[in-house]
Design a protein around this ligand. Structure first.
Ligand code: CP
Length: 309
């Protein structure tokens, strides 16, 4: 495996190899294997990030590699250089891992194809965010998983919010389907068009129906910065119609867990008392993100080791 660009087309086995490796690395957190010793990772981010950037940085360092965080706005892309040329230059400098967040879905495919260096998608516009979905699946499996080849079989997992603009929803849908879960997309009709059912999820605009007997709810942010078509309702109207409140959460199973990839907007898509409440695993997701990203980087480094042996 050279690159990780998305989860579309991944089998349960492929996903479980990442999750199992993340469990092993999580257990070794105080003295992880130095699999990236002598390796250099460039963290190229064209959009803001707190969790993905910092946890990839932490994962590279923990595995003995060196990481350079580089805002694409602070790179020569601003002077007209293409993303591919920037990446070719970083490869020429000696970076063999390129972890990239940028605004256009699918733009990393040609970059990965043209390079020897490994490319990891850290979020591409409305495309995919594979490491976020892997850490969501990891967290779900820890709380709800059964032993076996499809550990989330039969679980009802609701993705609630702005699905249309969400790369997290897309990657989660592929991963949940592969692991046997029942994914349900819910939000206002403009942000959850029926055609999203092609991702393998059920679609409903009725929040009560969606939450009924849910095992987990993954709440997604209203991405106002991507609402070019003026689709977004006001934050107050959105919260009234689709915000996850304690009363609404009561419709789900008593042990239903609440996830959110962040950044979260309190009292817009989620009530503070739910975000900080006993069912919330939001900060656990963030911690799990380091082990999951270590697992991804380990797999890519194995590719390098195999290639030279
Ligand atoms: N979940 C996520 O991608 O968060 P950041 O934008 O902070 O990286």
């Amino acid at each position: 495996m050279k690159d990780l660009l998305g989860l579309e087309g991944f089998s349960a086995n492929q996903i479980l190899r990442f999750l199992d490796a993340a469990e092993e690395l999580s257990a070794l957190r105080s003295s992880p294997p130095q699999l990236l010793s002598g390796r250099f990772a460039a963290l190229l981010f064209a959009e803001p990030s707190t969790r993905t950037l910092s946890s990839f940085w932490m994962a590279v360092q923990a595995l003995g590699g060196q990481a350079l965080p580089l805002a694409l706005q602070g790179s020569s892309v601003l002077k007209g250089e293409t993303l591919l040329d920037t990446c070719r230059n970083l490869q020429a400098v000696g970076f063999d891992l390129l972890i990239i967040r940028q605004g256009t879905a699918g733009a990393l495919g040609p970059v990965a194809e043209a390079l020897e260096a490994s490319v990891v998608n850290a979020g591409d516009g409305q495309g995919e965010h594979p490491t976020q979905a892997l850490l969501d699946l990891f967290t779900l499996r820890r709380h709800k998983g059964a032993v076996g080849p499809t550990p989330l079989e039969g679980l009802k997992v609701v993705l609630l919010g702005d699905i249309h603009h969400s790369r997290v929803a897309r990657s989660n849908a592929w991963g949940l389907k592969a692991l046997g879960a029942r994914a349900v997309f819910c939000g206002p009709p403009d942000l959850v068009p029926r055609e999203l059912a092609r991702l393998g999820a059920e679609v409903t605009w009725d929040i009560a129906e969606a939450l009924q007997d849910a095992d987990a709810v993954n709440v997604l942010r209203l991405q106002r910065e991507r609402h070019l078509e003026n689709l977004a309702p006001s934050p107050r109207d959105y919260f009234a119609a689709y915000g996850l409140t304690r009363e609404r959460l009561a419709l789900a199973k008593p042990d239903c867990i609440v996830l959110h990839p962040g950044p979260l907007n309190r009292e817009v898509e989620i009530a503070s008392e739910v975000a900080d409440g006993p069912r919330s695993v939001i900060l656990e997701q963030v911690s799990n993100g380091v082990a999951v990203r270590m697992a991804v980087l380990s797999r890519l480094s194995q590719r390098h080791e195999l290639a030279v042996s």
